[in-house]
Design a protein around this ligand. Structure first.
Ligand SMILES: [Zn+2]
Length: 200
């Protein structure tokens, strides 16, 4: 009898362990990300202080910054609620891993990964297993990324924060997407990490 009780307790312990295991994915809920329509075809996605941008054009989707794998997967899900067009480009804003990890999610969708050459050069010298090295680069102070009838100006103002910091300008939508240079409630994160004020 006591042997059966022991077996029963063991089985109960196993069941609880399995039960906890089964519920653990739900416990790791995603942050409350939201998609915001900025203009026709242009969206902001994210939550808290992390927002990327994506543009749905006639010829596919351009994504700006992936942040990390979980964010990238959530971002892709949000895009797929709006369109089944191919992801054509993932464009990096700058070299910091917290903005550009998880690019493999979009690469697996067939995206070309694009960055300023200063960003790509830094990444080649500082590889991270979480960051995909860009497939293509642009150089100088401005480049036009045209897709379908849409235009995104990629603008580099020189050394300011990180390497190859790109400001995305959407001339038709009268909007920009910029990261880390402009931060809500603070100036330059208050302590100016990896900024280059002497170059301004
Ligand atoms: Zn940064």
């Amino acid at each position: 009898m006591s042997g059966n009780n022991l077996l029963g307790r063991l089985l109960m312990a196993v069941a609880i362990t399995l039960g906890l295991g089964a519920f653990s994915p739900a416990a790791k809920a995603r942050p409350a990300y939201e998609t915001t329509k900025v203009a026709p075809g242009l969206y902001s996605f994210g939550g808290g202080l992390a927002f990327n941008a994506f543009m749905i054009t006639d010829d596919g989707v351009v994504v700006m910054d992936s942040f990390d794998k979980d964010f990238a997967e959530a971002s892709l899900e949000a895009i797929r609620k709006l369109t089944d067009k191919p992801i054509r480009y993932l464009v990096y804003s700058h070299n910091h891993y917290d903005h550009i990890s998880g690019g493999e999610v979009f690469k697996a969708e067939g995206a070309t990964i694009l960055s300023h050459d200063a960003t790509a050069n830094w990444l080649k010298n500082h590889p991270s297993p979480d960051v995909v090295v860009p497939d293509k680069t642009w150089s100088g102070s401005k480049s036009e990324l045209r897709l379908g009838n849409s235009l995104i100006n990629l603008v580099y103002f020189g050394a300011n924060h990180g390497e190859g910091m790109t400001v995305f300008q959407f001339p038709n939508e009268h909007a920009i997407y910029t990261v880390d240079l402009v931060v809500p409630h603070r100036v330059a994160f208050a302590y100016m990490p990896d900024f280059s004020p002497r170059e301004w």
